[in-house]
Design a protein around this ligand. Structure first.
Ligand code: MN
Length: 423
């Protein structure tokens, strides 16, 4: 077990039992306040530990890094230092926050400089994302969509169990939680119409996903094996892959997702490290047929992380509409990264690789409105009595996620997006 994951660790900071951010988590983010410019912080309970200030106190002097790496608008320069440094910093932060360590806790002046209340900080997009891929790795989701749009008897296409199918998405429109998005406009064609019209999407949807972020690059021509993949992965975020189903239905043939997807996607602000998630590793489903050798990935590479989606109309309470789990994927993240790099495409620092919609086997675990309302034919009723087939203007969609073992919860916080009327 990694030292910083020890369930018996306690912090000198008081942390609620149901907090997403106990001392065993220590996710990284970029924050600013009225008096602090953007910088790297670590979430701890309701606070942020300002790593810029900690670095200025020479508290990372035993680690081979320039503490100015924490005085940055993005995590990319820190991620570029590599896994041994990520791990050394996490261990050092864990030590500094332990209840038997007085380096910070013994100095009330320093506590005031180091700790910022999360409620007083603005969280920024944590990573400069050069490339974004979206996989399609949930068997229940691929089966539901295939049954709805094609043939229930042959819902999965022949390639699906041989490779983690995916597409290249748009990185420029990935926003951090709390950023509102406009309803997209596009070409819409109802099935019995002769010609399309241009206008606001009437079938706006979310997709419940988790994404991993790479912190190590490869050169053109180089590939990553599943066994090496975890050295390249810095951490995970929650990901809402906003989708316009009516635009998608008309545009996607023959080349796949395009403007129905590229108007916006949203991520949670805290990047939870793979190290912090190690206690939640589980075995994935039996893969039959056996994957080709370059995708062979024995062992435990799935993660047991509870996921939830809530829908909140303006001025109303939020209603929980979906409970799923990250472990429901067929292909694991090591296989996804191995496949992505298998053709020699170079991997960059800050790349984001999303799972695809994570649907479970039960109806209330479906990770999109498309599936929850079965293409709008079975509307869902919210706690305020209103119904939804898809997402209305001024609705907010909130996604949450956490793993829990031995009474320790490692959480992601949330990704929340309000939809504004089309511009
Ligand atoms: Mn997606």
């Amino acid at each position: 077990m990694l030292k910083a994951n020890d369930p018996s660790l306690h912090s000198w900071i008081e942390i609620a039992a149901d907090s997403d951010f106990p001392i065993q988590n220590l996710p990284y983010g970029i924050f600013r306040t009225d008096t602090r410019d953007p910088r790297v912080g670590v979430a701890i309970g309701e606070y942020i530990l300002d790593l810029c200030v900690v670095g200025q106190q020479n508290m990372f002097e035993l680690i081979d890094l320039d503490p100015n790496v924490f005085h940055r608008r993005y995590l990319n320069d820190f991620m570029a230092l590599g896994k041994p440094i990520w791990r050394a910093v996490r261990n050092r932060v864990s030590d500094l926050l332990r209840n038997d360590n007085e380096e910070i806790s013994g100095d009330s002046n320093l506590i005031r400089q180091c700790l910022v209340k999360q409620s007083e900080a603005e969280m920024l997009l944590p990573v400069k994302i050069p490339n974004y891929t979206d996989f399609y790795s949930s068997e229940a989701h691929a089966t539901n969509v295939g049954a709805m749009f094609r043939d229930p008897a042959n819902a999965l296409l022949p390639n699906w169990k041989h490779m983690p199918v995916g597409y290249h998405g748009r990185a420029s429109s990935i926003v951090v939680s709390g950023t509102s998005l406009y309803r997209p406009k596009g070409q819409l064609k109802v099935a019995d119409a002769d010609a399309p019209v241009f206008g606001p999407s009437k079938m706006l949807d979310f997709e419940l996903e988790v994404a991993f972020i790479t912190g190590k690059e490869t050169q053109l021509g180089q590939s990553i094996s599943p066994a090496e993949a975890e050295d390249y992965i810095f951490g995970l975020v929650l990901f809402n892959d906003w989708s316009a189903r009516d635009i998608q239905t008309w545009e996607y043939v023959p080349l796949g997702p395009f403007l129905a997807k590229s108007f916006g996607s949203a991520i949670s602000p805290w990047v939870v490290t793979l190290d912090a998630l190690a206690p939640f590793k589980v075995k994935g489903p039996e893969q039959d047929p056996k994957p080709l050798p370059y995708l062979d990935s024995p062992g435990h590479h799935h993660y047991d992380i509870n996921l939830e989606v809530l829908l909140q109309p303006k001025g109303s309470m939020a209603t929980s509409i979906c409970r799923s789990n990250y472990k429901h994927l067929y292909w694991n993240i090591s296989q996804q990264l191995a496949h992505q790099s298998s053709n020699g495409c170079n991997i960059q620092i800050g790349d984001l690789y999303a799972s695809g919609t994570i649907s479970g086997p039960e109806k209330d675990s479906y990770g999109s409105m498309l599936e929850l309302t079965w293409r709008g034919t079975q509307p869902i009723t919210l706690s305020d009595g209103t119904q939804r087939q898809f997402i209305n203007d001024f609705d907010t969609v909130i996604m949450r996620g956490y793993g829990e073992r031995h009474g320790i919860r490692i959480g992601f916080g949330q990704v929340s997006t309000e939809i504004l009327p089309a511009g």
